[in-house]
Design a binder for this molecule. Structure first.
Ligand code: ATP
Length: 658
């Protein structure tokens, strides 16, 4: 089934014929959900529950969502119930025959407070049976409990817990207790709940019942997909049900208009955009061919989303959306000095990096020595500098649908650097592989982790690259190919060089449009007498060399082939634009050797179905003293590959000094 669409949602259970949603409905659904594992079944069960609530008691949708996601407020607010074993044991002993010793022993066996409470036989006899629990009632009691602070509140909390426990029926006791210890165990993660909510709202609110009946299966499927995406997108920008739910239930808004109405805002963290790992710069260039991009230093610190509201309130969120404002009082006092007079509200994406006295970036370890909570500014020992790299909101307006270029330019206008305290990330706008390679090396020398290559403008629809739908907009909660990270972990230089034969090339783009770049290089297998593709090289060449290559491999030279020779071993995915007659040997250096699903060198020798490839190949010189049959062989490559494994990659520093 596509989703729980059965013409109409099941009817209400007999114990709920009117009034607010009984807590029992949730407890029973939680019990049913905890017995299954399939994502789809869980989603279906939750959807049914939410549909019933939207239909009969929409005011309970918000508390039901919080209770299903084991929270009583948006997760980033970090509100905790503060209920530990002490309170639970107190409550359980007061309503059952179990001694505290037995309770602890039972816990040791079961490892779940919900199961412990159910095992404890209720002994308290009530003269008057308490009223059944409601979703709203449980939720507001939990809010009360969370608001109680300090040692003296143990008894008060235990009292409220006890009252709720006494009123429990059936499965309620188990799940209420699990909620109290923030361990619901129903396997419904954030995405499942969002999907269930999108289905429920779509079917109960956005599509009128008569229209629903007339939709074909495919039409419905399409609506469902859109609904899921809409809600996920919305939640990625505003991860707060208090804001989202009223909009969803508003007859004039619903799913259809929620994206327009629900925009990011200071004080509510945006789920951060993330980058994709790339194996090397060659991969970066392949991915971003024909596009405008820039490279940022990738600093090694802590991501910080800094918010300032119109009223001047500042909040700082971590990468996982925890509020960490009180960790950085020094950043709070810094803000007035880094904004221009016209800057009022903003949401800034930045990396907080530890720095030494001279202002040089220090390691992540140094930063992690800094206290995490309630830091007093005067006691800060580890100084930090904020490196800003993106701006998602400025002066009341969301910028996330703007291109990175627009956001970056707005950021540069709205903020001013302050020495050793606030800077824009070091950035290079270039399409030259050599320049980017040098920038990467420089980033490592300056204590960074590598670089982040980012698309500046969304390519026009006519561009060849749109097939990958690369966007320059800020994409909350997505690990996109619009941000590619190249980290030093994958960078090092092999001591040995390789003698390789150019066997083909692609036509260059941009400035290199009239030249060949990259070049496909092969090793020589004397056993099979074949040239096996080994890597694509686009680094280390001078312009003069590119020009001379064009002459050496001109149509008149006789070295341009109409197609690959039968003695070329190449994969279908590596078909260059032009083929060369093997006639030269080039000395090439690289970072390290890697098992490759694409390249054919030494195929089957270290992995049954894979070859070996060289990462970060860099041209050194033409070896006039060698013939193509003197080129590096697969056995030599395997030897180096094995040695590299034993020794580990060479240190990065050698690459820089070389
Ligand atoms: P990692 O563990 O590699 O830091 P991650 O999963 O936290 O990765 P990624 O998007 O993969 O996140 O890598 C980007 C991270 O690098 C950001 O979360 C941020 O903390 C950090 N960073 C440092 N400099 C930059 C920059 N210029 N642009 C974006 N992110 C940066």
């Amino acid at each position: 089934p596509v989703l729980p669409i059965n013409e109409c949602v099941e009817t209400r259970p007999p114990y709920w014929q009117s009034g607010p949603t009984p807590y029992r409905l949730l407890a029973e659904r939680f019990a049913a959900v905890s017995e299954v594992t399939g994502r789809q079944v869980i989603t279906e069960k939750l959807t049914h529950m939410l549909r019933l609530i939207i239909r009969h008691a929409p005011q309970d949708l918000l508390p039901a969502l919080y209770l299903s996601s084991n929270n009583i407020a948006p997760a980033y607010e970090g509100i905790e119930l503060g209920i530990g074993p002490q309170i639970l044991v107190k409550a359980i002993t007061s309503i059952s025959d179990m001694s505290s010793k037995t309770i602890k022993a039972t816990w040791d066996v079961k490892g779940d407070w919900g199961d412990v409470v159910v095992a404890a036989r209720m002994s308290t006899q009530m003269l008057v049976q308490p009223k059944p629990l409601t979703v709203a009632g449980v939720f507001s009691t939990l809010q009360k409990i969370a608001a109680m602070k300090g040692q003296g509140t143990v008894n008060q909390k235990a009292d409220l817990v006890k009252k709720m426990m006494i009123a429990c029926q059936g499965e309620e006791l188990r799940f209420l207790t699990r909620t109290l210890v923030s361990h619901l165990r129903i396997g419904a993660v954030r995405t499942t709940i969002l999907i269930a909510l999108s289905h429920a709202v779509l079917l109960e609110h956005d599509i009128p019942a008569d229209v629903l009946k007339s939709l074909s299966k495919d039409q419905l499927k399409a609506r469902v997909k859109t609904a899921e995406q809409t809600l996920k997108e919305c939640y990625a920008q505003v991860p707060n049900y208090d804001i989202i739910v009223p909009l969803l239930l508003n007859p004039d808004i619903g799913l259809a208009r929620i994206i327009a109405e629900c925009k990011c805002m200071p004080g509510v963290p945006i789920r951060p955009m993330l980058g994709k790992i790339t194996r090397d710069l060659t991969e970066v260039f392949e991915n971003l061919e024909g596009m405008n991009f820039c490279a940022d230093y990738k600093y090694d610190g802590q991501r910080a989303q800094i918010h300032r509201s119109d009223s001047g309130e500042i909040t700082i969120f971590s990468r996982h959306l925890e509020t960490m404002t009180d960790k950085y009082p020094d950043i709070i006092t810094l803000i007035p000095s880094i904004i221009t007079p016209s800057t009022t509200s903003f949401i800034l994406d930045a990396e907080v990096v530890a720095i030494d006295e001279a202002g040089a970036v220090a390691s992540f370890q140094t930063l992690s020595n800094r206290a995490r909570k309630n830091v007093a500014e005067g006691e800060v020992k580890v100084k930090v500098c904020v490196y800003a790299f993106d701006l998602m909101f400025l002066n009341g307006v969301s910028l996330i649908t703007e291109s990175f270029r627009t956001r970056r330019d707005a950021m540069r206008k709205a903020f001013v650097p302050v020495e050793k305290r606030f800077a824009f990330v070091e950035q290079l706008e270039s399409k030259e592989p050599d320049e980017i390679q040098a920038f990467l090396t420089q980033s490592l020398q300056n204590g960074c982790e590598g670089i982040m290559v980012k698309i500046l403008d969304t390519p026009s629809t006519t561009s060849t690259s749109t097939r990958r739908s690369l966007l320059a907009t800020y994409e909350p909660d997505k690990r996109t190919e619009s941000w590619l990270k190249v980290k030093k972990d994958y960078l090092s230089t092999l001591a040995d060089s390789f003698d390789l034969v150019p066997i083909g090339a692609w036509y260059g783009t941009g400035r290199k449009a009239t030249w060949y770049s990259p070049i496909l290089l092969a090793c020589w297998n004397p056993e099979t007498e074949c040239f096996e593709s080994f890597c694509k090289c686009m680094s280390g060449f001078s312009d003069a060399f590119y020009k001379s290559m064009k002459d050496r491999y001109s149509p008149e030279s006789g070295k341009l082939l109409p197609g690959p020779k039968s003695y070329f071993t190449i994969s279908d995915s590596q078909r260059p634009d032009v083929w060369f007659l093997p006639s030269e040997v080039w000395e090439i250096r690289g970072a390290d050797l890697t098992v490759s699903p694409v390249h054919q060198a030494a195929m089957g020798k270290v992995d049954e179905a894979k070859g070996i490839s060289l990462r970060f190949p860099r041209f050194i010189k033409v070896r006039d003293d060698r013939s193509v049959e003197d080129a590096t062989t697969p056995d030599e490559i395997v030897h180096m590959f094995t040695r590299q494994r034993v020794r580990g990659p060479e240190p990065v520093k050698e690459a820089a000094e070389e």
